[in-house]
Design a protein around this ligand. Structure first.
Ligand SMILES: *[C@@H]1O[C@H](CO)[C@@H](O)[C@H](O)[C@H]1NC(C)=O
Ligand SMILES: *[C@@H]1O[C@H](CO)[C@@H](O)[C@H](O)[C@H]1NC(C)=O
Ligand SMILES: *[C@@H]1O[C@H](CO)[C@@H](O)[C@H](O)[C@H]1NC(C)=O
Ligand SMILES: *[C@@H]1O[C@H](CO)[C@@H](O)[C@H](O)[C@H]1NC(C)=O
Ligand SMILES: *[C@@H]1O[C@H](CO)[C@@H](O)[C@H](O)[C@H]1NC(C)=O
Ligand SMILES: *[C@@H]1O[C@H](CO)[C@@H](O)[C@H](O)[C@H]1NC(C)=O
Length: 430
């Protein structure tokens, strides 16, 4: 009986500690997208294949969220699982931006789907206030579906979707090699209409580029992959959203290697673009100056290699980078040099322009820049916490029911044992 009691207590303990310790841990992805809305970083879609970024392995575990309103470090990151919301599209490489009148609706456009994409809506929306997926009807001529695209949304709610590629995952693999696109499609996320941007002096067709919105309404397109492989970073392309016009700029300084599937963010003082990671080719993935900064104060823009301290992580490809407070938050990505998916989230403190630092903790209170929304949207916070409270209640009820079942089970064994051994004395020596 002592033994049974011990087993029972052990089991109960194990179950309790499991519930207390076990937080939701997402499967690491690449070719996913991360969108910041209010205090939440929403992670959507992506691949989980361990061998190449070109083999497509979507999972169901493809929508989760990080609350960036509180401090955390790399060992205690808590995610919220959103993948059980009905209608979550299982895709990779889509264009994802926060749009709508209040910039609280996630717009997901294009991307590659598992069994090609015939009949799959081109545009999905996720209302982050009501937590529901929709497939809205968009007026105008619907563009083609493309893979490995990145979108920019401007202050008027227009989403700019450039280039991309066609493949079996987009339901169009009719061409021979290099089915790349260089169209600029514009989705007005408030009016729900499509229009086409300028084609004049557009970059050559490509996918896997990075796009950064500058404060003057110009989108800077850097790198990418086209028919001739990775595109160089000496030539960058500026799309003026105010008058729909392309401009090619020849940059100066220490030009980083050609690459695709890198990330880019705007620095905290709006005077620089920070690019990170990416790969050159499948056979020769490494890129020199994997971390580079483009000074955009004067034309032509000038590349330089910044000072970086802290533990430098392995270079990711098809990861995400978002600026939150004084940090650039990097999630997952493919580590090409060793062919594995980065299981971690990295934090780069970009608060000091003369030296960036890889750090292991995040503190939103250390923010340097004035937040665009000084008072965080309370309904957003409530939604998030109600979900985690729901999860927690579920876990507690689960534990409770589990405990009762264990007790019944224990009692049954005890009765069975007593019936079989009516006079057994369960002492240590027996
Ligand atoms: C995570 O760790 C940080 C830094 O140690 C701490 O400030 C924060 O409260 C912790 N958060 C959670 C959810 O445990
Ligand atoms: C991270 O946070 C946890 C919980 O607050 C703490 O025990 C741990 O020491 C912290 N680690 C680092 C590296 O700050
Ligand atoms: C794709 O097709 C495979 C094989 O027919 C099937 O098992 C899988 O469920 C399909 N996936 C989706 C998202 O429909
Ligand atoms: C299919 O791909 C070709 C390029 O190979 C492109 O010109 C065409 O617009 C695409 N059509 C659709 C419907 O995706
Ligand atoms: C790197 O740090 C040194 C010493 O603090 C500083 O003089 C230099 O300007 C920094 N370089 C860059 C590119 O910020
Ligand atoms: C920024 O970094 C430089 C170089 O490491 C350092 O000398 C300076 O004190 C830092 N400034 C602040 C405000 O921390």
């Amino acid at each position: 009986m002592k033994l049974l009691c011990c087993i029972y207590i052990l089991l109960l303990n194990f179950q309790l500690s499991y519930v207390l310790v076990k937080a939701y841990t997402p499967i690491p992805h690449f070719t996913h997208r991360a969108t910041l809305i209010g205090n939440k970083l929403y992670i959507l879609g992506g691949d989980t294949s361990k061998t190449s970024i070109f083999s497509f392995t979507p999972t169901k575990d493809d929508f989760f969220c990080l609350d960036v309103s509180a401090a955390f470090n790399t060992t205690n990151i808590t995610w919220t699982d959103f993948s059980n919301f009905a209608g979550t599209p299982i895709q990779r490489g889509a264009a994802v931006s926060a749009g709508g009148p209040n910039k609280d609706i996630i717009f997901l456009v294009g991307g590659a789907f598992e069994n090609s994409s015939y009949g799959i809506p081109l545009v999905y929306t996720f209302d982050t206030v009501k937590n529901v997926w929709n497939t809205p009807i968009i007026k105008g001529t619907q563009p083609t579906r493309r893979d490995f695209i990145y979108s920019i949304i401007d202050v008027t709610g227009k989403m700019y979707i450039f280039g991309g590629s066609y493949n079996t995952g987009t339901g169009n693999s009719t061409g021979t090699t290099g089915n790349y696109e260089n169209r600029m499609d514009i989705l007005d996320t408030i009016e729900l209409t499509w229009s086409i941007g300028s084609q004049l002096q557009a970059p050559t067709p490509r996918d896997g580029y990075s796009a950064t919105l500058l404060p003057n309404g110009i989108i800077a397109y850097i790198g990418g992959y086209g028919v001739n492989g990775p595109t160089n970073l000496k030539e960058i392309y500026l799309y003026d959203t105010k008058n729909n016009a392309w401009e090619t700029m020849i940059t100066v300084g220490t030009i980083p290697d050609a690459r695709a599937h890198h990330s880019s963010v705007l620095g905290l003082n709006n005077d620089r673009i920070i690019i990170y990671g990416g790969f050159y080719s499948t056979t020769s993935p490494a890129v020199a100056h994997d971390f580079s900064v483009l000074d955009i104060r004067n034309k032509p823009y000038q590349w330089f290699t910044p000072n970086i301290s802290g533990t430098i992580p392995p270079t990711p490809t098809a990861h995400t980078a978002n600026v939150v407070g004084r940090y650039m938050i990097v999630t997952y990505g493919f580590i090409y040099s060793q062919k594995y998916i980065n299981p971690d989230v990295y934090f780069l403190d970009i608060g000091n322009d003369s030296e960036y630092e890889w750090v292991t903790s995040f503190d939103p209170k250390l923010s340097l820049t004035p937040s665009p929304n000084p008072s965080p949207n309370p309904s957003l916070i409530q939604n998030g916490s109600s979900i985690s409270i729901g999860t927690m209640i579920g876990a507690i009820i689960g534990t409770f029911i589990g405990g009762i079942l264990l007790t019944i089970f224990g009692l049954m064994i005890y009765r069975w044992y007593k019936r079989k051994h009516p006079r057994a004395i369960p002492t240590h020596g027996s």
